[in-house]
Design a protein around this ligand. Structure first.
Ligand code: NOJ
Ligand code: CA
Length: 708
């Protein structure tokens, strides 16, 4: 007998053993039958689930439930009986306001298990949705007399792996995803943990060894497993503790300032726990499972939500060429000896009217719609590191930022200003000012805001991923929707597909972005972010840097941006977002016109997307068709030296196209030779195979347009 067939029979047999062992086991199949979920309660009445793919385990028997804080009548972990179950099927196609495709398919089989705890009479349900690309499940608490308010000590949900898989992980944290992604075996996470947890770790790190989600795993059999959460609403964000002896990941919710992990009032549904599964890494990237588990769009009129490219008076500050602040003499301002009007400017304030107008001219000339300006408002002299309650008022410009003039100039040039609200982590202060700040924006024609949450949170002791903060981010997005304002949040909690419901949440940072290129990201960083970050929604990575030698901007900065020109270009395709930056300075684009031609041309709205090649940490290539048009754009980022052979069989047969190709030169090298690239033009058709070169940390980009 064939060895694999034999193995499959043994596995099927053992699954059957399981289902007979626990008399009440429920089985659910995905629409195509390849994934199966089994649910049961064990002898002690503990809910348990498992997941298989082609009859092989993805998740072994894993516990479900909650340990409660100060609960006099016990936890929600055992003593459960299945009262009844309901199964159903669902199939819809919906159109996102913006996205990688015109339409998304939402097709699953569902199992709802209603449980009752015998001793207490408390009810808890678990709803499983099994798609062809993975599983989502959540806990549901109906409103009930015996369980109205409760506080969670820990969620028990486990993800028991079958072995020592390769993991692509970020160290567990309550405050930040701004880490490199580490690739290691599960068993190595513990020893690597402290080394990777360099970022202000004592303040932010979780109190157990663990990892963040989205967590990407790969088994030795070549199965890709991605664990995350969907629809994170009114609940703390998930981290995962590791039990490395047994290869089990255990839910570790983010605590609040008192150590509690979620205050619940029934009726209540938790966020979904998600496991995307495939033997092909491309399916992980094209999965819409996390979006599908979110509620449909809650905003009636979406006509004001407009994807766009934008520039910013920003990179020049990140690199230290100019500053957010206006004066060095803040002491006098602070003690009332002077005000900003009379304070002596230090002369390197980036957000000055003349500089801003220069950017507006360039954006307008090149059809770039949005313009972000940071450091326009007072407070930047003393905003960082002291956990000050009240720093910014979000409405008072610095004396050299002539807001009305800039507003009118931008309007006359067809450019939309984007407001910046750095909260300095003082949520309390931001919420107090929010209505006034949003009205001020609208009065002055700003339709989009970049928010930021740098530093420790006020109220003191709260964390960026706690329930309180999760509610804050949602409050801002909903409030913004009332004002018809689009949001791009930095340092906010990981995304969980909420942009389906609130598409004015255009993008977020929530990972290590280009801003860290001033010191250098790992060379394969961009080949990982789509697996470890974009699963929940778009990222404001801020691509488009074309001048890498940072001492030319700031003599004290001796770093080179760790990238190549074509790595930057390719990322416009691989890092999907409806709000896409052209992050470099106008003069750098003027000096690099061949690269800028692609940045200027590449769209942000798409009708179709096809992931052509993908391997986490190695490479990603994707083809996208411009919204409503016949033009295609393909892009690649690479963590290894590699030539791709790309079949253009997605093009319309019989049609002739012109392809323009930007690729790493043969001798290109991050750091020492990053500007080596070629641009070429050739005719192609659906039969063409393109050979495209990328170096380690590099990439390529192609535009393909029908010859009319
Ligand atoms: C960190 C953000 O990621 C960055 O984009 C911003 O410029 C600074 N904070 C200041 O708000
Ligand atoms: Ca940041």
């Amino acid at each position: 007998m064939h060895k694999n067939l034999f193995k499959a029979i043994i596995l099927t047999f053992s699954i059957l053993m399981f289902t007979t062992w626990i008399s009440s086991a429920q089985e659910l199949s995905s629409p195509n039958g390849r994934l199966k979920t089994y649910f049961s309660v064990d002898k002690s009445g503990q809910p348990i689930y498992r997941l298989t793919y082609d009859n092989k385990y993805v998740v072994k028997d894993s516990k479900l439930g909650f340990i409660l804080l100060n609960d006099r009548i016990g936890n929600l972990t055992d003593g459960f009986n299945i009262i009844n179950t309901e199964t159903s099927s669902f199939d819809e196609t919906w159109s996102p306001v913006w996205g990688e495709e015109d339409t998304y398919r939402n097709k699953y089989n569902e199992l709802l298990v209603n449980l009752k705890q015998l001793g207490t009479g408390r009810e808890m349900a678990i709803r499983f949705r099994l798609f062809d690309d993975g599983l989502g499940f959540r806990y549901e608490f109906p409103s009930q007399k015996n369980l109205t308010y409760f506080t969670i000590k820990e969620e028990v949900t486990e993800f028991a792996m079958t072995g020592n898989h390769t993991a692509f992980w970020l160290p567990g944290d309550y405050d930040t995803e701004e880490y490199d992604v580490t690739e290691s075996r599960i068993s190595e996470i513990r020893s690597l943990y402290n080394k990777e947890r360099t970022y202000n770790a004592s303040q932010h790190g979780m109190d157990k060894i663990g990892v963040q989600t989205p967590l990407q795993l790969k088994t030795d059999d070549g199965l890709y497993i991605n664990i995350h959460e969907a629809a994170l609403i009114d609940f703390p964000a998930i981290n995962l503790e590791i039990d490395d002896n047994n290869f089990i990941f255990r839910t570790h919710l983010t605590p609040d300032a008192t150590g509690a992990k979620g205050h619940v009032q029934t009726a209540f549904n938790t966020p979904w726990r998600t496991i995307i599964v495939s033997d092909d890494a491309r399916d992980i990237l094209s999965s819409k499972l996390v979006y599908n588990l979110n509620e449909p769009c809650a905003i009636k009129d979406v006509s004001w939500i407009k994807p766009m490219k934008y520039m910013g008076v920003w990179w020049e500050m990140i690199t230290g060429k100019t500053h957010w602040s206006y004066t060095d003499d803040f002491f006098s301002v602070q003690i009332g000896k002077s005000d900003y009007k009379n304070a002596k400017p230090h002369g390197r304030h980036g957000a000055n009217t003349k500089n801003v107008m220069r950017y507006i001219d360039f954006a307008s000339k090149n059809g770039i719609k949005g313009m972000l300006v940071e450091g326009w408002n007072i407070g930047w002299e003393d905003w960082f590191g002291h956990q000050k309650d009240y720093v910014f008022d979000f409405v008072t410009p610095y004396p050299d930022f002539d807001l009305p003039r800039i507003r009118d100039y931008a309007k006359s040039k067809g450019v939309k200003m984007i407001m910046h609200h750095e909260t300095s982590g003082s949520i309390r202060n931001y919420e107090r000012h929010l209505d006034k700040a949003f009205s001020f924006m609208k009065t002055n024609g700003y339709d989009a805001v970049k928010t930021g949450y740098v530093g420790n949170i006020i109220p003191y002791g709260e964390y960026h991923y706690g329930q309180w903060l999760v509610n804050h981010y949602m409050y801002v997005v909903k409030k913004a929707a009332e004002y018809k304002i689009m949001v791009n949040a930095h340092e906010a909690v990981h995304m969980t597909g909420l942009s389906r419901t609130y598409p004015n949440l255009l993008s977020q940072e929530s990972a290590k972005g280009q801003e860290f290129q001033t010191s250098g990201n790992k060379l394969n960083h961009l080949t990982l972010l789509p697996f470890t970050r974009l699963i929940g929604g778009p990222m404001d990575y801020t691509p488009g840097i074309v001048m890498f030698d940072l001492k030319k901007l700031n003599p004290n900065n001796h770093n080179m941006v760790q990238t190549t020109i074509c790595n930057q270009l390719g990322s416009y395709l691989t890092m999907y977002t409806p709000l896409q930056m052209a992050a470099d300075l106008p003069e750098h684009y003027e000096a690099e016109p061949r690269a800028f031609e692609f940045i200027k041309d590449v769209p942000v709205m798409w009708s179709e997307s096809k992931y052509l090649e993908a391997e986490p940490g190695r490479y990603i290539s994707v083809a996208r068709r411009e919204k409503g048009k016949r033009n295609w754009y393909i892009g690649n980022v690479s963590g290894v030296n590699r030539v791709s052979a790309i079949k253009l069989d997605f093009l319309e047969p019989g049609v002739k196209y012109e392809a323009k190709i930007w690729q790493d030169g043969k001798d290109a090298k991050v750091g020492s030779n990053p500007y080596d690239y070629t641009v070429s033009v050739r005719k192609v058709s659906s039969k063409t195979i393109l050979k495209l070169n990328a170096v380690e940390g590099g990439g390529w980009a192609v535009s393909i347009k029908p010859i009319l």
